[in-house]
Design a protein around this ligand. Sequence first.
Ligand SMILES: [Zn+2]
Ligand SMILES: [Zn+2]
Length: 259
Amino acid sequence: MKLADSHCHLNYKGLFEQQGDVLARARESGVAAMLNISTRESEWDDIIATAERESDVWATVGIHPHEADTHPDVDTAKLVAKAAHPRVVGIGESGLDYYYDHSDRDRQRASFRAHLAASRETQLPIVVHTRDAEADTADILREEVGKGALPGVIHCFTASGEFADIALDLGFYISISGIVTFKNAKDLQETAVRLPRERLLVETDAPFLAPVPHRGKTGEPAFVADTCRFLAQLRGEDADALADVTRENFHRLFAKTRA
Ligand SMILES: [Zn+2]
Ligand SMILES: [Zn+2]
């Protein structure tokens, strides 16, 4: 099995103290590509440094919606400038989180639009985080894609089937996390079964959301194999084949990883 983990946080507490071991276990489990995701400006240099050191790890630059209030100065120009680094292959994570509301909603929306503009300008995919904010996320994505096409992925997808259809219509990919393995995730499982395989990615969002049978542990990229196996069984597909498809999708979407 050869996999890509489209979304992890290798610099977060729980992983960064043992990054070498975490990467070794990922490789043993067949993880051949990992995307290390930024959430704050203070992480950018560390995240890029990991990607410079490890040939199978790439970086994004962006500001999580939780952090929109603390980064009023991160605009499109700043994102575009940092994204010029050869190991930066995406923009984000950015989006809207009305579940926690850690940042003012107007600020979240403004930050999201700045990231989408950076994605349009660089043609690097936007990594979208959306929670309890489907309507606004859909409206903003429609408007911004309407100004000019941009590639992207809805990460850690937990939204409705209707939202999945909107995202697919806009050309987005959908990334499935370990949540799909949870007993109470029936709605997500129903959606995940019918997603077109050529738009499907898998991720861990490590150190969060460890899938069954690792629940309660610190999540790590190695566990993306369990999510992929579960998803394959759910969809009635061969797990190795689904790993290949999702990895190929990852490299097609994040095209700069092929450089
Ligand atoms: Zn997220
Ligand atoms: Zn994340």
